[in-house]
Design a protein around this ligand. Structure first.
Ligand code: SAM
Length: 365
C-alpha cells in the first residue's frame, strides 16, 4: 500500500488558529443561547409579557407577575434571561426591567411588519418535526406541508399577516400595471395556495366591488380561512375551496396571486401553466416570494440564513412530497423564477417591487 504525503495546504488547514476557534466558540454560545431562549420568547409572547412591558414601562418581577396574573419566581427567572439576551434592559438600582422602544415593533406590536413572534412559533415547529425531516434526509422522500404539527399553519399566518396588512394593498398591488384600478372597479381574483386566507381577506377588505376565491390543497387551512372570512364580515365577497394549484376551478380571472407558496409546490411550471390558462388575456399574475438573490454566495446573510432554515425543514420537503418534486427552495431567486414563467408561456415577467423580506413579481399571459 502506498501512502501519499498530505499536501502543505491540508497540513495548514488542519492547524488550529486558537483565536479563530475562540471567536467561533463565542459565536456558537451566542447562537445556542438564542436557540434556547427562543422557547422563552414564545412563552413571554403567549403570557403577554412583552406587550405589558411595552405599555407599562420599566417593571420589577413583582410588578410584571401581578400585572399578568403569573408567579413571580418564574417571572424573575424569565426576566433575567431576557436581560442577559439583551432583549430587555435591567436597572440594578431599581430592579426594574424595560423593553426598549426600539424593540417594541419586533416583540410587542401585533401590527408591525417586523414583528418576529410568529417566526419563533415557526421555529418551534422546526424543532418539533425535526425527527421527520431527519428521516426524510435518509429516504429522500418528502414531508408534506399538511403533515407538520398543526400549530405551523397559525404560526405562518401570524408571521406573514403584518406584512400583508402593511404592504399588500398599499404598495404591492399599486406596483402592478393597472391592477389596482381593475380591483377598485370590480374584478375576479384567485389567491392560490392561500393558507389561512389572510392575503385574500386583506384584498377583499380593500376592494369591496371585487370577488375573491382562495384555493389551497390543505383542507384544515381552507376550513380556518372560511371561518376567518365569516368572522371578519367579508363572506359576501370571499370564498375558499380545497384545490391544488394545477387544478383549481374557474376561468377568466382578472388577477391571480400566489403568496409565498410557488416554491413550496412540487410542479411550479405545471402550476404556472394552469394559472396562465385561468387568466383573462389581459389578466395579471402576482407572485410574492421570499427575498433572495440568484447565487448562493449572495444569500449568505442573516435573512438568507432564516430562509434556508425554513426551506430545509418546510419548503424543500413539502415540494418533494408532491408530483415532480422540483424543490426550488425558499431562496430560488429571480432568475430561476423567470425561467419557470417563461417555460409556462407567460409573455412578460418583471420584479414589480420588493421589501427586505419579499420579492414581488408580475407576469402576464
Ligand atoms: C408557506 S404557506 C403560505 C400560505 C399563504 N399563502 C400565506 O401567505 O400565508 C404555503 C402554502 O402553499 C400551499 N400549497 C403547497 N403546495 C400547494 C399546491 N400544489 N397547491 C395548492 N396549495 C399548495 C400549502 O398548503 C400552504 O398553505
Amino acid at each position: 500500500m502506498t501512502t501519499t504525503a498530505p499536501s502543505p495546504d491540508i497540513v495548514q488547514t488542519n492547524a488550529i488558529n486558537e483565536e479563530q476557534q475562540h471567536a467561533f466558540l463565542n459565536r456558537m454560545i451566542g447562537d445556542v443561547g438564542a436557540a434556547l431562549t427562543g422557547a422563552l420568547v414564545i412563552l413571554g409572547d403567549r403570557l403577554g409579557f412583552y406587550k405589558k412591558l411595552a405599555e407599562s414601562g420599566p417593571m420589577t418581577s413583582v410588578d410584571l407577575a401581578a400585572a399578568t396574573g403569573t408567579h413571580e419566581r418564574y417571572v424573575r427567572e424569565w426576566l433575567a434571561n431576557q436581560a442577559a439576551s439583551g432583549y430587555l434592559t435591567y436597572d440594578p438600582m431599581s430592579h426594574r426591567f424595560a423593553l426598549p422602544p426600539e424593540h417594541r415593533a419586533i416583540l410587542a406590536d401585533e401590527d408591525s411588519p417586523i414583528l418576529l413572534c410568529g417566526l419563533y412559533q415557526i421555529a418551534q415547529i422546526l424543532y418539533t418535526d425535526e425527527p421527520h425531516i431527519t428521516e426524510a434526509f435518509k429516504t429522500g422522500k418528502g414531508f408534506g406541508w399538511h403533515e407538520h404539527d398543526a400549530r405551523l399553519f397559525a404560526a405562518t399566518e401570524r408571521f406573514f399577516r403584518p406584512g400583508y396588512n402593511v404592504f399588500l394593498t398599499t404598495a404591492w398591488i399599486p406596483a402592478l400595471d393597472g391592477v389596482e384600478e381593475k380591483l377598485r372597479r370590480g374584478a375576479r381574483v384567485a389567491d392560490v395556495g392561500c393558507g389561512l386566507g389572510t392575503s385574500t381577506i386583506t384584498m377583499a377588505k380593500a376592494f369591496p366591488k371585487s370577488r375573491f376565491v382562495g384555493f389551497d390543497y390543505h383542507q384544515g387551512s381552507i376550513e380556518a380561512a372560511l371561518r376567518a372570512a365569516n368572522e371578519q364580515g367579508v363572506a359576501d365577497r370571499v370564498t375558499f375551496e380545497v384545490a391544488t394549484a394545477k387544478a383549481f376551478p374557474g376561468r377568466d380571472y382578472d388577477f391571480i396571486a400566489c403568496f409565498d407558496c410557488i416554491h413550496d409546490m412540487g410542479d411550479p411550471v405545471g402550476a404556472a401553466m394552469h394559472i396562465r390558462s385561468a387568466l383573462k388575456k389581459d389578466g395579471t399574475f402576482m407572485m410574492v416570494e421570499p427575498f433572495a438573490n440568484d447565487s448562493l454566495e449572495d444569500n449568505l446573510n442573516p435573512v438568507g440564513r432564516v430562509f434556508y432554515a425554513a426551506s430545509t425543514m418546510l419548503c424543500t420537503p413539502g415540494s418533494l412530497a408532491q408530483e415532480v418534486g422540483a424543490a426550488l427552495g425558499a431562496q430560488s431567486g429571480e432568475k430561476r423564477m423567470r425561467a419557470i414563467f417563461d417555460e409556462a408561456g407567460f409573455t412578460t415577467f418583471r420584479r414589480a417591487t420588493e421589501t427586505p423580506f419579499n420579492l414581488i413579481f408580475e407576469a402576464k399571459p
